[in-house]
Design a protein around this ligand. Structure first.
Ligand code: SF4
Length: 66
């Protein structure tokens, strides 16, 4: 799993960090960021839920080919 956060789109609503706190956090400016070591989602099924919960669609979850 690969997680991309479009910080140009993120409005810092924090829904991702609320939904999947083991993977997402917010930086000092309130923007979403992935916790160190969790760049591939750590197998957390809530990652997709967090992507859906984002009100501006800033999170993209994809599966790398191969
Ligand atoms: S839910 Fe979306 S807008 Fe809110 S902090 Fe997370 S990525 Fe940013």
């Amino acid at each position: 799993m690969r997680i991309d956060i479009d910080t140009d789109v993120c409005i810092g609503a924090g829904q991702c960090a609320l939904t999947a706190p083991k993977v997402f956090t917010q930086d000092d400016d309130g923007f979403s960021t992935v916790l160190p070591g969790r760049e591939v989602g750590a197998g957390d099924p809530m990652v997709r839920e967090a992507a859906r919960a984002c009100p501006v669609g800033a999170i993209r979850v994809s599966e790398p080919a191969g």
